[in-house]
Design a protein around this ligand. Structure first.
Ligand SMILES: Nc1ncnc2c1ncn2[C@@H]1O[C@H](COP(=O)(O)OP(=O)(O)OP(=O)(O)O)[C@@H](O)[C@H]1O
Ligand SMILES: [Mg+2]
Length: 253
């Protein structure tokens, strides 16, 4: 069974069709890259998966459970949406850490709020887990620092730890390195590569083509709200079949 099954997703903003008919699936442990030009709908697709936008049509299933189906569902309540969102973690281009909290507090915040509602979560282990995640990100020394005391690359690694703290089924990245200079980009890509080596299921929207080719199993090329081409990442990136994909990739050569 696929870990994620996305079927016929459509999303309009006013009269603009931003996602036209998006279908794909992924297997547990897979890394999927989404590439495509500006405005092609990549962020909107991630936002639909994370319930930050509601699709106008289509369905989304995780591990065989239907999370969203436009043909069935009455509008979801905020509480339902919050629960469904837990299947996904999202790391933004601009880090989006809470400036008033330390690195450690940023990571603990959502799990501790969740623990208030779910007695099965052992609060006493949350901080230990957050410290382990900081360690995994190479940031043990920064637990007590505030975001403004961290470099962009360090902030982004805290954001990754924060997303992992909720144990999502699928971790999504929206251009995680595009706000970083090349050196800091390397730090963040290294961490993502390590997660891939541990079989973390990930969807990565990126313009880092060589990284996408090397780290991801599969790639999707989007243009104008449709998937133009999808397949094994090496095939899509090194040997695309469609003219539009070839044209897009020629800018990266
Ligand atoms: N909230 C919104 N309201 C209206 N239009 C929107 C909204 N969000 C996105 N759009 C439009 O949807 C289209 C797709 O935007 P989206 O941000 O998904 O593209 P993208 O592929 O992520 O682009 P980029 O590579 O620049 O990040 C664009 O034309 C954008 O202007
Ligand atoms: Mg975007």
């Amino acid at each position: 069974m696929s870990i994620l099954e996305v079927k016929n997703i459509k999303k309009n903003f006013g009269s603009t069709e931003v996602l036209k008919d998006i279908s794909f699936s992924m297997e547990k442990g897979d890394v999927l890259s989404i590439i495509g030009s500006s405005g092609s709908g990549k962020t909107t697709l991630l936002r639909c998966l994370n319930f930050l936008e509601t699709p106008d049509a289509g369905s989304i299933s995780v591990n065989g459970d239907i999370l969203f189906d436009s043909s069935l569902s009455a509008p979801l309540s905020e509480n339902e949406i919050r629960k469904k969102r837990l299947h996904f973690g999202l790391v933004f281009q601009s880090f989006n850490l809470f400036p008033q909290y330390t690195a450690l507090e940023n990571i603990c915040l959502a799990p501790s709020l969740l623990a208030k509602e779910d007695p099965a979560i052992d609060v006493s282990t949350l901080e230990e887990r957050a410290n382990a995640l900081l360690d995994q990100m190479g940031l043990s020394a920064k637990a007590g620092n505030y975001p403004h005391e961290l470099s962009g690359g360090q902030q982004q690694r805290v954001a990754i730890a924060r997303a992992l703290a909720l144990n999502p089924d699928i971790l999504c990245f929206d251009e995680p390195t595009s706000a970083l200079d090349p050196e800091l980009t390397g730090e963040v890509l290294k961490v993502i590569r390590e997660l891939a080596d541990k079989n973390t299921t990930m969807i990565i929207v990126t313009h880092e083509m060589s990284f996408a080719r090397d780290v991801s199993d599969r790639a999707i090329f989007m243009d104008g709200g449709v998937i133009v081409e999808q397949g094994p990442s090496k095939q899509v990136i090194d040997d695309p079949k469609m003219e539009r994909t070839k044209q897009f990739l020629s800018y990266y050569k």
